[in-house]
Design a binder for this molecule. Structure first.
Ligand SMILES: Cc1cc2nc3c(=O)[nH]c(=O)nc-3n(C[C@H](O)[C@H](O)[C@H](O)COP(=O)(O)OP(=O)(O)OC[C@H]3O[C@@H](n4cnc5c(N)ncnc54)[C@H](O)[C@@H]3O)c2cc1C
Length: 395
């Protein structure tokens, strides 16, 4: 056998690629893992504020979007959060639950990268890094790869090049272009889990709220999230907005309840009967003061006036404005700030158990390069592990 001949070549040593390499290698397959950057798992390293929100105990199909929402069912069922937690425990990595089933490393994301490297080592995975793949062609039943380190032959090729977010740490559209070159349909990629922006002029009254955070309910069409919102200079961010951004399309409006669980109109009218305080002081008992001030100004009310002097209708209008703030974002902060990519290789092109292209036997796609996008909260890594595992078992 020629030394540059492998059972499996995997392009991209990120979350899904390393998982796939380790599983295939431990099954006895001769695996070559090709990575173009000098580092591996860069997104793992920067994820979860450096502590990697590596899975979510509640992960199931409802936490994923894509053009064919049922596609991920089998893949997710084949490798669950429990399976990944067992691996993390085997490597004695401390972790904790932060919020709604989200599991984070106690110390550093590097522990997850080291764990995947150790699993690859156990599978005798061969690394080619940093290396560029210049060309990929069909050769017999397999693939011929022209790389910056010479020509390579592999029976099977797994594309694990990830999504487009954060180009400065190695994200490329290579996997999408390769899919298209082999005739696969690609759902147009868009930034997701991303802050939303507004036209500067209409945003002016809110720009000075930059830094104010608040638990809200945000709605876009039928989808809503109860999470924290953060005002920024150019628009809105925070988990509530990142979550809803995956459902937002250009032209859509958002409705935001800035005080979910409170009926501010009723609270203000009750306060009117009992309090000698100003409207602003009363409202600031429920809302951040700067936020209260902005909404009072929006309605042309004088915040310093005693609440007792204000008509009920005005107080009711203020309550309604806070409960149903409607806004129309004009864009997103783009790939630089997105956490994940929406769209990608159309799942209609892939087999759900093996993630192999139906029309190109031996060619597999895993991870974020596929049109399966998780919510915020560890779901995207769970998809990377599950799809990496599925392909690792199949190749
Ligand atoms: C700031 C940030 C924070 C995040 N936090 C979380 C979190 O806490 N929890 C969560 O679940 N998800 C999180 N995500 C999303 C998660 O990181 C990704 O969904 C996941 O890494 C996707 O795995 P992947 O293997 O498909 O792609 P990646 O992990 O991105 O790996 C792709 C690999 O392919 C390499 N590559 C690209 N092009 C080529 C090429 N042409 N040749 C060779 N190699 C190539 C890249 O360098 C990279 O190493 C976060 C993302 C970002 C940007």
């Amino acid at each position: 056998m020629h030394p540059d001949s492998h059972d499996v070549a995997i392009i991209g040593a990120g979350a899904a690629g390393m998982m796939c390499a380790a599983i295939a290698g431990q099954r006895g397959r001769r695996v070559l893992l090709i990575e173009h950057s000098a580092h591996v798992g860069e997104k793992i390293r920067i994820s979860g504020g450096g502590r990697c929100n590596f899975t979510n105990t509640q992960a199931d199909l409802k936490h994923y979007i894509g053009c064919h929402p049922g596609f991920a069912r089998q893949t997710l069922a084949g490798y669950t959060p429990r399976d990944f937690i067992a691996l993390v425990r085997k490597h004695r990595i401390g972790f904790h639950e932060k919020h709604k089933g989200q599991l984070f490393c106690d110390d550093s994301s590097q522990r997850i990268i080291d764990m995947l490297r150790a699993e690859c080592l156990q599978g005798r995975v061969q690394w080619m890094q940093p290396a560029k793949v210049d060309d990929v062609r069909r050769q017999g039943k397999g693939f011929a790869l022209a790389t910056s380190h010479g020509n390579v032959h592999a029976e099977r090729l797994v594309v694990a090049t990830g999504g487009l977010p954060v180009p400065k740490i190695g994200a490329t559209d290579y996997g999408l272009r390769l899919a298209q070159r082999f005739g696969l349909h690609v759902v147009p990629p868009q930034p997701a889990l991303v802050p939303l922006t507004f036209a500067p002029e209409p945003w002016k009254p809110y720009a000075e709220l930059a830094g104010v955070a608040r638990a809200v309910r945000v709605r876009c069409g039928k989808q809503s999230f109860d999470e924290d919102l953060l005002f920024t200079h150019r628009g809105l961010s925070g988990p509530a907005i990142l979550q809803i951004s995956s459902f937002w399309n250009s032209g859509d409006g958002l409705t935001i309840d800035l005080a979910p669980g409170h009926d501010i109109g009723i609270q203000l009218r009750q306060a009117k009967a009992q309090s000698r305080q100003s409207l602003l002081n009363v409202l600031a008992q429920t809302l951040p003061r700067r936020l209260a001030q902005t909404w009072i100004q929006n309605l042309g009310l004088a915040g310093e006036r005693r609440i007792a002097e204000l008509p009920d209708a005005k107080l009711a209008a203020l309550g309604a404005a806070l409960a149903g703030w409607t806004v129309q974002p004009t864009g997103t902060e783009g790939w630089r700030k997105a956490e994940v990519m929406r769209g990608g290789v159309d799942t209609a092109e892939l087999h759900p158990v093996t993630l192999e292209a139906r029309q190109v036997p031996g060619l597999h796609f895993i991870g974020e390069v596929i049109d399966v996008t998780g919510w915020l909260g560890g779901y995207n890594f769970q998809w990377a592990w599950a799809s990496g595992y599925a392909a690792g078992m199949a190749v």
